[in-house]
Write a protein that binds this ligand. Structure first.
Ligand code: ZN
Length: 204
C-alpha cells in the first residue's frame, strides 16, 4: 500500500506559504505506511519539532490496479474518499527546503497521517465538488471545495500512474486549501466531509 501526497494543489494555500503555484505538473511526495493514524487515535506532539502544522485534506482511495491510466478511464480507479490530515513539521520542512533536500522527515514521520473511515463516492452529494472543513477546538480553520484543486482527481490518477503502478488500496492525500496553521498540546482537530463528522484527532 502506498500513500501519495499532493503538495500545493490549491492556489490559495500555495500563496499563503509563499510557494509558487505549480504550473504543468503536480507536486508529489509520499509517506510510509507507518505514518497512518486510524480509529481517531491522538497524535503525541513529536519532540523534534516546534512548529507542527495541520493540513486538512480529502483522501482518495484507489480501487483498481493500473499503470499509465488514460484520462478517459481515470474515474474507474477510485471509489471512495476520507478525511485526512497531512501533519507537517514546518520548521524541519523549511530547513530541508532551504538546503534543497527532500522533505520526508518533515512529512512522513510516525502518525503524521490521520485518516478517517471511507465514504463511497456514490454516497457523496456532489463528487465533482466535495465540500470539506477542518475545525480546531470547535472553530472552522479550513474550508475547502474540491473543484478548486489545481489538479483534479482524474488528473492525479493519470499523472501518478505514469510513474508508479497503482495498486488497489493505495491512497492519495489530495492537497490542502488555505488556513493551515500550528497545533499545540491540548488542541482537538475535527474533519468533516459535507456534513459528516469523520475524524477527531487530539494533540497530546
Ligand atoms: Zn498536504
Amino acid at each position: 500500500m502506498k500513500i501519495f501526497c499532493i503538495g500545493r494543489n490549491y492556489a490559495d494555500h500555495a500563496k499563503e506559504l509563499n510557494n509558487p503555484v505549480p504550473v504543468g505538473d503536480p507536486v508529489v511526495f509520499m509517506k510510509p505506511n507507518t505514518a497512518l493514524l486510524v480509529n481517531n487515535k491522538p497524535l503525541y506532539y513529536p519532540d523534534y519539532t516546534e512548529n507542527l502544522h495541520y493540513e486538512g485534506e480529502i483522501v482518495l482511495r484507489v480501487c483498481k490496479n493500473g499503470r499509465s491510466v488514460q484520462p478517459e478511464f481515470a474515474a474507474r480507479y477510485y471509489d471512495a474518499v476520507a478525511f485526512g490530515i497531512d501533519f507537517t513539521a514546518r520548521d524541519i520542512q523549511d530547513r530541508q527546503k532551504a538546503k534543497g533536500l527532500p522533505w520526508e522527515i518533515a512529512k512522513g514521520f510516525d502518525r503524521s497521517a490521520p485518516l478517517s473511515k471511507w465514504i463511497a463516492l456514490e454516497d457523496i452529494n456532489n463528487p465533482k465538488n466535495i465540500h470539506f472543513q477542518l475545525k480546531k477546538n470547535g472553530e472552522v480553520v479550513q474550508d475547502g471545495h474540491s473543484e478548486n484543486m489545481l489538479f483534479p482527481f482524474d488528473h492525479l490518477i493519470v499523472y501518478l500512474s505514469k510513474y508508479f503502478t497503482l495498486h488497489k488500496g493505495d491512497m492519495i492525500y489530495t492537497g490542502t486549501p488555505a488556513g493551515v496553521g500550528p497545533v499545540q498540546k491540548g488542541d482537538v482537530l475535527e474533519g468533516f466531509i459535507e456534513d459528516r463528522h469523520l475524524l477527531t484527532c487530539a494533540i497530546k
